[in-house]
Ligand binder design. Sequence first.
Ligand code: NAD
Length: 364
Amino acid sequence: MKKVNIVTLPGDGIGPEVTKVAVDVMKAACLQNGVEVSVTEHPFGGVCYEQHGVPVTDETIESCKETKIVLLGAVGGPKWDNLSADKRPEAALLKLRKELGVFANLRPINVYPVLADASTLKKEVIEGTDILIVRELTGGVYFGRPRFTSEENGDPFSVDTMKYSRSEVQRVARVAFEAARLRDKRVCSVDKANVLESSRMWRKSILEIAGEYPDVELSHMLVDNCAMQIIRDPKQFDVMVTGNLFGDILSDAASMLTGSLGMLPSASLGGENGLYEPVHGSAPDIAGQGVANPLAAVASAALLCRYSLHLEEAAQKIEEAIQSVLTNGLRTADLFTEEPGTTLANTKDVAQLLLKIINDTVEA
Ligand code: NAD
């Protein structure tokens, strides 16, 4: 039996509740593929501040860097809102992302057929949507220098710099091409090359390496058109790769296709390092009640199996189990609409059914 080590950082609020489910499900799916997952857990965020006076300890950062594979819950809560910026739970997240050098953020946008009614868009538009957005995470206008505010003839002005180098573009493009190979083998690169120099560099850099992936079809789209196309016909996309600013906006817009925050997983990758976390926060309003939707955390564990453990079968098994739970009619409160054939469930009910589905597949 092969053994792998991962770090879990359950964090605050509903983080521990959903992370526990994700870990149990992942362990079961990996065991079936001959892999034993062993977990080292560290306090992170507000709970870490309570214990150590800092939101993340050096020991935890070292442990994550050594293990390279991290499953995170969520951080934050009103209790820590008034701390100084460096003590706040969110500071732990930024530090961890920086220390792990995770430059590519992957957000799958999957519309589950049984939840198609939960979206604000028409069912026939979104049904069958399966997009993977790959966003550059450590460059572009959020980090470019110079960045300053000054004054000219009594008129204040501010400058931000959108900068991309060829190497920055090509490393994130490679993540997108590799991810496409596991899917429908199509990459759409999104930029603003009709106006921006940095976008022309973006497009040119991607074209330079596209020949290395002859099995993947590459297309280009301007970001304003893309914002429209995501809403008009989301099914046309397979993998989308884009810069930090455009990705931030497009991924939030696309997330609403699915209708619920409790369903969205994410992966942040850089070299051999992988950080996996649900998109939602610590949901302090429902923490400790056992009613949180664990499916985004579970889907994040599926991404961990796919991209860090290279266990595609385990990843698919987890994703199919999520689909089955929904088809069975089980809904946590965030998804529940009193539709016939559905049952209001708590976190534990969903966890039990997920594990049953995964373990039954083996016996079948
Ligand atoms: P949130 O995502 O925590 O919650 C927004 C709403 O969605 C709440 O009503 C919540 O109950 C609901 N919700 C979220 N996840 C759910 C789930 N899995 N199941 C059922 N319902 C769910 O966002 P917020 O309220 O803006 O932020 C709360 C705290 O989380 C803040 O301290 C914020 O800074 C932090 N936060 C952390 C992260 C992170 O750790 N990556 C991300 C976003 C927000």
